[in-house]
Design a protein around this ligand. Structure first.
Ligand SMILES: NC(=O)c1ccc[n+]([C@@H]2O[C@H](COP(=O)([O-])OP(=O)(O)OC[C@H]3O[C@@H](n4cnc5c(N)ncnc54)[C@H](O)[C@@H]3O)[C@@H](O)[C@H]2O)c1
Length: 341
């Protein structure tokens, strides 16, 4: 068996998904010898026992010298870049300038670095950019299609859309071989709440599972009919990590199926209302867990979440080789309990 080698740079490698991704990539491609460069403004940590070489770099991606250093490690130039660093939605609203600097300027700077490098075969670097459903807004059809216009309603979604345009343009020019993957909201997220508007979707499950009170900023009580109207597009962490790991290979295996005019794909997910989330929690953990959810209505949060699309047509993503959850929100709760409770 020939052992292949691949060097992967993950920016945001100290974050939640970026930190978990190497293990998933190694697990699904045991025939490849991987070297990972994990970069983040907070010191990234390597997964214990990972069967791969890892360099952890504390780096501010908006600082040109830090960026240069990522392409000058002992591992050489990356074959693949996962661009996953960023300032999340609430953070981008609260500090608009920082959001612009990190989410747009440093993405362009990273693409420029990639443009002037080549992989070990002398080919354009594969560039996977993590985008979001927050790129959508305004009036939307009931089911969003790949052809539906993106009209973001916030700084985060706007910056992600700019990143997607850059990835398409840099690919058109042959500077990189890119794909933007729009992630659903990934739930439940472990640990402390993120600076994302959607953070409460995880919180109202995670906190009660840990015996702690959670705040739901949508609705006034568990009976409020608005809970049935606010729906989010979600996926389990394990399914999303699998899709992220596949993304770099989809660029090759499905190159003839990815459209020329947009190198963006909405990763598969499923629709769930806040009401259904609460009822799934009740089914798995009972009334006591649900009673830990307290309601503090927040207009801004509800406006932003309600502006996001509720349902996508998964067929394009599935046709490219991505996968979708089969066990609904109870499956997501059970996965969290297996891994964190
Ligand atoms: N988790 C989700 O539900 C979700 C949904 C849609 C899109 N995404 C996107 O997926 C990616 C990963 O998401 P996550 O949940 O792991 O996010 P995360 O917040 O856990 O990780 C992002 C990382 O970026 C780092 N970062 C911020 N500014 C930086 C800078 N200047 N230089 C270097 N690093 C910097 C942060 O320190 C953080 O560790 C992000 O791009 C996010 O926008 C996530």
């Amino acid at each position: 068996m020939t052992i292949q080698e691949q060097t992967i740079l993950i920016t945001g490698g100290g974050g939640w998904l970026g930190g978990l991704l190497p293990a998933r990539i190694v697990q699904r491609e045991p025939q490849t010898s991987f070297s990972f460069i994990l970069a983040d403004i907070v010191e990234p940590k390597s997964t214990k026992g990972l069967a791969a070489k890892v360099i952890c770099k504390k780096a501010d991606l908006s600082d040109p010298a830090s960026l240069d250093a990522l392409f000058e490690t002992e591992f050489g130039k990356p074959d693949v870049i996962y661009s996953m660093h960023g300032i999340m939605s609430l953070g981008s609203e609260e500090n608009w300038d920082l959001g612009m600097k990190v989410n747009i300027d440093s993405t362009r700077a990273l693409l420029e670095k990639a443009r002037h490098s080549r992989n070990s075969q002398g080919e354009p670097i594969k560039f996977v950019f993590t985008s979001s459903v927050a790129t959508y807004g305004g009036p939307l059809p009931h089911v969003v299609l790949p052809s539906t216009a993106c009209q973001p309603e916030g700084a985060y979604g706007m910056a992600k859309l700019m990143g997607e345009y850059l990835v398409t343009e840099y690919t058109r020019k042959g500077f990189v071989d890119g794909l933007s993957v729009k992630l659903p909201t990934i739930v439940p997220r472990p640990g402390v709440p993120s600076r994302a508007t959607s953070a409460f979707v995880s919180g109202i499950v995670r906190e009660p599972l840990n015996g702690v009170e959670a705040i739901c900023p949508v609705g006034s009580s568990v009976e409020d009919p608005v809970l049935k109207n606010v729906e989010v597009w979600v996926a389990k962490p394990s399914t999303t990590l699998e899709n992220l790991a596949r993304a770099k290979n989809v660029i090759d295996s499905s190159s003839d199926k990815i459209t020329r005019w947009s190198r963006s794909v909405q990763l598969p997910g499923f629709t769930v209302s806040i009401h259904e989330i609460i009822e799934a929690l009740r089914k798995v953990r009972g009334d006591d867990a649900v009673s830990l959810i307290k309601f503090e209505h927040d207009d801004t949060c509800q406006r932003i979440v309600s502006s996001w699309p509720r349902e996508f047509d998964n067929s394009y993503a599935l046709g490219l080789g991505f996968t979708v959850d089969q066990d609904g929100f109870t499956g997501a709760i059970k996965e969290y309990m297996d891994n964190h409770c």
